[in-house]
Design a protein around this ligand. Structure first.
Ligand SMILES: [Zn+2]
Length: 313
């Protein structure tokens, strides 16, 4: 799937066909926080496959790079729709509306699914339905308006807050978090002009999943504090991208493509430029050039790293 579609198309197809089917009727399967976490794990697994990332790549970055809300927000958005429908129906004394009576009763029971779901919506900051005129006898449109304008946007904000908290929890994602403050799919990287495999390498390097000494893969290894490619004392990705003589060939191509005199010669500014597609200093073509540079350097590093590991095994 990943090779035939770009990620943007794959993500759309996933939402329309797979996720809609999973969410349909999910109210019956998601009865507490534990089952929600199980679905959350599945969602990240699907996202990881879509990006082509290996197991062990950082969870927070998967949803962040795809621009997806987490499963809690998606499932509760669905629940909000059900609640809106049930709350708008008149219920007192009408026999055919027995399930609405059951719903109202369940809301009063602390151990029921309905009361858990209502509390979860409240905890996520969803505004009270009464304020939006949603209650027995109200038109269904009022319920839909509450769901769309109040519930879904509040759930999306709470999902973004969980993403920020999850990125901040992992030290090695500090650089990533500074460039990707909210989940967003960058179309200047995920498009047809960029090879899927190159976008994959760039995405993994951005969240610290690379073979250089400051990467997650090499974190527990101590035998290469030197550069993997030129044997100097600086083994970081920043050195390999900006100064390493062994990558000068690919860097000179990159320099030609991004234009001379850009002012971002090395250091953190250059890294931020290469890895932040949303930067004002980037355009579509410069992003494509950054992805090409990073993916080639990452692959060279990974190759040497594998050889080293084989030698030390
Ligand atoms: Zn080097």
């Amino acid at each position: 799937m990943r090779d035939s579609f770009d990620v943007a198309v794959g993500s759309k197809l996933f939402h329309v066909y797979v996720l809609a089917a999973v969410l349909h009727g999910s109210e019956l399967a998601i009865i507490d926080l534990h089952s929600l976490r199980t679905y959350e794990k599945c969602l990240r697994g699907w996202g990881r496959r879509l990006l082509g990332w290996p197991r062990g790549s950082p969870n927070a970055a998967v949803l962040g790079d795809l621009g997806w809300d987490d499963f809690e927000a998606l499932a509760l958005g669905r629940v909000a729709g059900l609640f809106a429908r049930l709350r708008c129906r008149p219920w007192a004394g009408v026999r055919s509306e027995i399930f609405v009576v059951v719903f109202q009763y369940a809301l009063t029971r602390n151990d029921s699914w309905a009361s858990w779901a209502a509390a979860s919506l409240g905890a996520a900051g969803v505004p009270d339905h009464n304020v939006w005129g949603v209650g027995p006898g109200a038109p269904i449109a009022a319920g839909q308006r509450w769901r769309r304008r109040a519930a879904v946007s509040a759930l999306s904000v709470s999902s973004q807050q969980r993403f920020t908290a999850a990125s901040a929890e992992i030290d090695s994602l500090a650089f990533y978090a500074s460039l990707q403050p909210a989940p967003l799919l960058h179309l200047s990287v995920h498009n047809r002009r960029v090879q899927a495999a190159d976008a994959r390498e760039w995405g993994l390097a951005r969240c610290g999943h690379h073979s250089f000494c400051d990467g997650r893969i090499a974190r527990h290894q101590t035998y290469h504090s030197q550069c993997l490619l030129c044997d100097c004392d600086d083994g970081t990705l920043e050195h390999a991208l900006n100064r390493c003589p062994a990558t000068e060939d690919v860097r000179s191509t990159w320099r030609r493509r991004v234009g001379a005199g850009s002012g971002y010669s090395d250091g953190f500014a250059a890294m931020a430029w290469m890895f932040d597609p949303g930067s004002l200093h980037n355009s579509g073509p410069t992003c494509v050039a950054h992805v090409a540079l990073v993916s080639v350097v990452s692959r060279r590093g990974a190759l040497v790293f594998r050889e080293l590991r084989a030698l030390n095994a």
